[in-house]
Design a protein around this ligand. Structure first.
Ligand code: G3P
Length: 216
């Protein structure tokens, strides 16, 4: 499974990239706004610090506007993936950008039928939002399983990019189901490596080594 980091914080991306834990980056208008930086400048910088796919989202809502913005975004760097909302206009733009060999990430997916349409439109990635379904008491990871089954039934090559990941349990569930990618905030990615019993056990080993005067 690939790990993408879901942020526009360049320093956080660089730190995780150096750990070898980042296979790509996803952004969205909210994350870009949070960065306080110029959209194109921060996206270009992110594309420099990682050689993996970098998703940058259009803000147009009509097909022509999405095509214009998508083509412009794709021109920023070769690793740009154009993020499009899962609307009928977004699906039309996805089909045309895909035909131009521009990679696409269809986002704000909340149902299996939406994901089916995105795959038929040739999306490179589909982004089902787990956390936001959990927020309304719908099991978000069940959607990942449904999409996995449907895509495997028909051999769709669209990659399932599980998004709105809020905790390590989401990551585990996606790995068990077979999502191709999870995109998560830097803190969630870092938390995957931690466990209180690991810390406790290491402390005990080091204390015993010190007590015994072990030299390695
Ligand atoms: O990539 C989508 C992600 O940023 C949304 O996460 O926590 O706002 O639902 P969240």
């Amino acid at each position: 499974m690939k790990f993408f980091v879901d942020t526009a914080d360049v320093d956080a991306i660089r730190d995780l990239h150096e750990l070898g834990l980042v296979d790509g980056v996803t952004t969205n208008p909210s994350l870009i706004g949070k960065s306080g930086r110029d959209f194109r400048e921060v996206v270009a910088k992110i594309c420099e610090v990682t050689d993996g796919p970098v998703s940058a989202e259009v803000i147009a809502t009509d097909e022509d506007g999405m095509l214009s913005q998508g083509r412009s975004l794709a021109g920023i760097a070769s690793n740009i993936v154009v993020k499009l909302p899962l609307t009928l206009e977004g699906l039309k733009a996805c089909r045309k950008l895909t035909a131009e060999n521009i990679r696409t990430n269809v986002t704000l997916c909340f149902s299996a039928n939406q994901a089916l349409l995105a795959a038929k439109a040739g999306a490179s990635y589909i982004s089902p939002f787990i956390g936001r379904l959990d927020d309304i008491h719908i099991e978000g990871t069940e959607l990942i399983g449904d999409i996995r089954t449907i895509y495997d039934n028909y051999g769709f090559e669209t990659e399932i990019l599980a998004a709105s990941i809020r905790n390590p349990l989401h990551v585990k569930a996606c790995a068990l189901i077979g999502a191709d990618v999870v995109t998560a905030p830097p803190a969630v990615i870092r938390s995957l490596a931690t466990h209180m019993l690991t810390d406790k056990g290491l402390d005990a080993f080091l204390a015993d080594a010190k007590k015994a005067g072990i030299k390695v």
